[in-house]
Design a protein around this ligand. Structure first.
Ligand code: C5P
Length: 232
């Protein structure tokens, strides 16, 4: 898989997401299904979107004891998604167990990506609530390195961190970056954003784009613009 735009389908029902995807006549964008839609509709929504020919990033951010994560990953693997993820905070042992669970008997598996520190966690909450006293960018890189050492394929990170992640973990280690906005678009609740073209320049492998596409007057045109700016 090469560089691509992943549409964050943050909808709360099957009807909404299918109505949205129906607009993309003949096109099959890569879609991200998150907890909201998965918990509302169950695994059948993943199968239905897969059957329509879309690639799927199943964003459920698993974090539990290694054995539970391993077994859960094995179930997710049967859904035939293309990418799934977990929290690097669950430790290297949990990540290794997840990889084992995800790997099918024939040796194939979806890509496995780690979330480092959530972008909603800042230095202050990390120090006060989690009692982690190191600078947050150092923590993010350490977690990325742990994910890489455990054999994972990449991390979700801010576009601003993508270059450093590649420097630390290698060029092949994937960076999936949300927080993307058009130069002339609304920033919404995102704090640190980049345009698709900038995300390309700094070496993001995949960009995750939600509202700039899902809330656009013409979502298909917004998606095409994103692809043109990011992939060229
Ligand atoms: O609508 P928007 O483009 O802001 O959506 C970004 C998507 O990426 C959402 O699904 C959001 O949950 C996700 N995300 C994020 N920041 C992270 C991790 C995930 O915005 N650090």
């Amino acid at each position: 898989m090469g560089r691509d735009v992943i549409i964050a389908c943050d909808f709360s029902s099957k009807q909404e997401v299918l109505n949205f995807l129906d607009k993309f006549q003949g096109k099959k964008p890569f879609v991200k299904i998150g907890m909201e839609l998965f918990y509302a509709e169950g695994p059948s929504i993943v199968k239905e979107i897969k059957e329509r020919g879309h690639k799927i990033f199943l964003d459920l951010k698993l974090h539990d004891i290694p054995n539970t994560v391993k077994k859960s990953m094995s179930v997710l693997s049967n859904l035939d998604v293309d990418i799934t993820n977990l929290h690097a905070g669950g430790t290297k042992r949990m990540m290794e167990a997840a990889l084992e669970g995800l790997t099918r008997p024939d040796g194939t598996r979806p890509l496995l990506i780690a979330v480092t520190q959530l972008t909603s966690t800042d230095q202050e909450s990390m120090e006060n609530d989690l009692l982690i006293k190191e600078p947050i960018d150092k923590v993010v890189m350490h977690y990325a390195k742990n994910a890489s050492d455990a054999g994972l394929d990449g991390v979700v990170c801010s576009p601003l961190e993508a270059q450093k992640v590649h420097d630390t973990c290698g060029k092949e280690f994937l960076t999936i970056t949300p927080g993307v906005r058009f130069a002339d678009g609304d920033i919404g609740d995102q704090k640190r954003v980049m345009t698709p073209a900038e995300a390309n320049r700094i070496g993001s492998d995949y960009i995750v784009v939600g509202r700039p596409i899902t809330a656009a007057a013409d979502p298909v045109a917004a998606y095409e613009r994103c692809l043109a700016e990011f992939v060229g």
